[in-house]
Ligand binder design. Structure first.
Ligand code: FES
Length: 123
């Protein structure tokens, strides 16, 4: 079987509601991965692109967070609605700047702070 061309790791880490770091499950990480899997299947990309569950990626301030390898594209604040756009960009070899975690803050202490779930009705 050929290697995966793109491997997407979606944080599905879950913490207690009071935890100061929050978690991507509270930000929709589980639903994002499910939507990625469904969309990958409907595009016929199974075997080429894989979306796996990951534990904490240490970017909790940007939940729901994911990373795509081998490009090392980091996205934060991802919602189910973003999934088609993410896969479209992947196909083109592009990065969605509005979702991209700024490399200047990636893996900084600030990135590990509490995730901010999206407000209902917000983008
Ligand atoms: S809980 Fe998702 S990156 Fe930390």
């Amino acid at each position: 079987m050929p290697e995966f061309e793109h491997h997407i790791f979606v944080c599905e880490n879950q913490r207690e509601p009071e935890h100061p770091r929050g978690c991507c499950t509270d930000c929709g990480g589980v639903a994002v991965r499910a939507a990625l899997k469904k969309e990958i299947g409907s595009r016929g990309w199974k075997g080429r692109v894989r979306a796996n569950a990951a534990g904490c990626l240490d970017q909790c301030a940007f939940g729901a967070a994911l990373v795509i390898y081998p490009a090392q594209t980091w996205y934060g604040g991802v919602s189910v609605e973003d999934v088609p756009e993410i896969l479209d960009a992947l196909e083109r070899g592009d990065v969605i700047e509005r979702l991209r975690i700024d490399p200047a803050v990636l893996n900084t202490p600030e990135a590990k702070l509490r995730a901010r779930p999206r407000e209902a009705g917000s983008e």
